[in-house]
Design a protein around this ligand. Structure first.
Ligand code: OXT
Ligand code: ADP
Ligand code: MG
Length: 569
């Protein structure tokens, strides 16, 4: 192969693929890599660290990938994950697909086998046609074949991940390229930084006027904030739009805190009412997918019109007709709306009705949160957690599970933008520990992960990653002994497929992996343990013992669970 030939004169200083890749990443502001090392990428980790950068080494690539994707979401720069070939690549691919689904910018870099062997299927070490396997699961799948192309490939990956709708990019590097050499001077010249990789995209003036007219004519307008709005990092503009127009808003789960859950215009506690009764809904960075019942049916009540702000033009009309599409970046669209809506009459009566409903719902919830039970349930345990977390508005909350997810989302207020990371668009279990690592690393602040016991199991071994890097992460495991519930009866001579070993002690697991471990059986014990953990900043698992009968099948999405039409046979 051409690459193998050293084409430079003797005495000329050389560089190689490893160094060019690292220099290209560094030049583009990447300082943290999440990954798992082995043939052929091991040297990247060692050299990356030796150069003063951070390599966060995981126990399974899937979790490293989740960490990279969350880093991308939190920083608006692509998170980078490095894996070995075939099996490592496939583990990482789940996370790359998840990043793309969630619109998080991420780059998965995998070492791969040599083309001549893969293409003839001659059985190389960890042989796999990774480039083509990755293709349907991300925005773009690129291979680098020549050292002089590394600079352009990295830039292309960054621009693809960030521009338009953000997402995942796969970068395939055949093993031999890492050690292929070229002139250091020429190599240096081949590296560069892209100009404006996520350019502003201004909405058309006619589209803005159409949306403005619709909103001005509404009697019961509603703003619905999605995680695209949180990602956009134009928090002050969105808050200003809400306050200047007086329109109530409700957040999707990861948009909680973009404008505080305690803001007087927050309609989260009257969610079903506002979805049903509103007449014009302004979607900002939220898709009308399953999480929003596809914009139709009884969730949405009577006739209504949608204004939809999104950067991806073909998202419009994906499920129902959109009366006023606003295609552009959220910051530009929101500010264009603000200009057009200046002086608009605030929907005071509508806001008043919502506030009344929300006050009633909150009072009902407050009673549940303070009602003691012989064994903790989701409400009194989460109530205790909520009261502690009020004093720590800038911790990141990571949340996964079914009942654990749905109830924590309902009970725990968020006060600041991008402080909640959860199972996202796919409702995927296993994002917990990877997300916790990334949130702690990227924000430099403490993290609390509230995980169902099933959910935690998907990434449990990464708790060792957390203790190894001594990250300020508190993991609260809502231990009800099973998926959804822990009280399912065993069939004859078998263990139920929905339950776990009731002897499992997650506090002891933490101690075994070098962290602190506390068992909490009452809300008071939970409060004490959480406060102590947050004060100490030490990695801690709190094993919160929850009544095995407290949960419901599939949490709040039981309607999606398919059951046999003819019953058990
Ligand atoms: O208005 P109404 O009356 O409707 O009330 C709403 C609000 O008004 C009110 N609210 C409030 N009240 C008072 N005060 C305040 N402040 C307040 N705020 C809100 O609360 C309600 C609810 O509000 P919400 O949450 O906003 O609205 P709602 O209607 O729930 O929203 C709808 C949705 C769809 C947007 C929302 O429900 C949502 O985001 N859902 C996401 C659900 C999800 O993704 N679930 C995870 C998947 S479940 C399943 O797939 C699981 N698996 C299978 C599996 C998966 N997922 N992945 C992989 C890789 N493998 C397998 C597994 C294995 S879950 C699972 C494990 C489960 O076991 P665990 O042990 O981990 O967990 P436990 O269940 O705890 O045992
Ligand atoms: P949620 O699950 O919170 O409802 P979604 O992930 O469904 O949110 O929707 C996010 C939407 O935001 C996607 O359609 C994506 O194209 C869009 N988006 C992401 N970033 C921007 C941006 N900067 N400007 C405009 N739209 C964006
Ligand atoms: Mg459980």
């Amino acid at each position: 192969m051409k690459n193998d030939i050293q084409e430079v004169a003797e005495g000329v200083e050389l560089t190689d693929g490893f160094h060019l890749l690292m220099e290209a990443l560094e030049m583009n502001g990447i300082t943290n890599i999440y990954g798992l090392l082995g043939i052929p990428v091991t040297e990247i980790g060692r050299m990356w660290q030796a150069r003063g950068n951070k390599f966060f080494s995981f126990r399974n690539e899937q979790n490293a990938g989740y960490a990279a994707s969350v880093a991308g979401y939190l920083t608006k720069k692509p998170g980078v994950c490095v894996t070995v070939s075939a099996p490592g690549f496939l583990n990482g691919l789940t996370a790359l697909a998840n990043a793309t689904t969630n619109c998080f910018p991420m780059i998965l870099i995998s070492g791969s086998s040599e083309r001549e062997i893969v293409d003839l299927q001659q059985g190389d070490y960890e042989e796999m046609d990774q480039l083509n396997i990755a293709r349907p699961h991300c925005k773009a799948s690129f291979r680098i074949n020549r050292t002089e192309d590394i600079g352009v490939a990295v830039v292309r990956a960054i621009r693809t991940a960030l521009s338009g709708r953000p997402g995942g990019v796969y970068l395939d590097i055949p093993a031999r390229l890492f050690s292929t050499t070229m002139s250091a001077e020429e190599g240096q010249k081949s590296l560069f930084v892209p100009v404006d990789p996520a350019p502003a995209q201004l909405p058309a003036p006619s589209a803005v006027s159409r949306a403005v007219e619709l909103i001005k004519g509404a009697k019961k307008p509603l703003i619905l904030l999605g995680k695209g709005a949180a990602y956009a990092q134009c928090d002050a503009d969105i808050k200003a739009l809400i306050e200047e127009t007086g329109i109530p808003f409700t957040p999707m789960s990861m948009a909680k805190g973009l404008v505080s859950d305690t803001h007087p215009q927050c309609a989260a506690a009257a969610r079903s009412m506002v979805l049903q009764e509103s007449d014009v809904v302004v979607l900002i960075g939220a898709r009308l997918n399953w999480l929003l019942a596809h914009g139709k049916g009884k969730t949405w009540g009577g006739a209504k019109k949608f204004v939809q702000i999104d950067i991806q033009a073909n998202e419009i009309d994906s499920n129902v007709p959109i009366a006023a599409p606003l295609i552009g970046d959220i910051e530009s669209c929101v500010n264009a709306l603000r200009a057009g809506l200046k002086g608009m009459t605030k929907p005071a009566e509508w806001m008043g009705a919502i506030a009344e409903r929300a006050t009633g719902t909150k009072a009902k919830l407050a009673t549940k949160l303070s009602t003691a039970t012989p064994v903790m349930n989701y409400f009194n345990s989460l109530g205790a957690i909520r009261d502690v977390l009020k004093n720590y508005p800038d911790i990141t909350l990571v949340n996964e599970g079914a009942n654990t997810l749905d109830n924590a989302r309902m009970v725990i207020d968020q006060y600041l933008p991008r402080k909640r990371v959860d199972t996202g668009t796919w409702g995927v279990m296993g994002i917990g520990m990877g997300s916790a690592v990334a949130a702690a690393v990227e924000t430099g602040k403490p993290v609390v992960a509230i995980c169902g016991d099933s959910a935690f199991g998907f990434s449990a071994m990464e708790y060792e990653t957390i203790t190894r890097y001594n990250l300020p992460v508190t993991v609260i495991i809502m231990n009800n002994g099973g998926i959804y519930r822990g009280d399912e009866a065993n069939p004859e001579h078998q263990v139920s497929c929905m339950i776990f070993n009731p002897k499992t002690k997650y506090d002891q697991f933490s101690i075994a992996l070098g962290g602190e471990g506390v068992r909490a059986e009452t809300p008071e014990e939970l409060t004490k343990a959480l406060e102590a953990s947050l004060k100490s900043g030490k990695p801690t698992i709190i094993d919160a013992i929850i009544d095995p009968a407290a949960g419901v099948e599939s949490g709040r999405i039981g309607n999606l669970n398919i059951v046999s039409t003819i019953g058990k046979k």
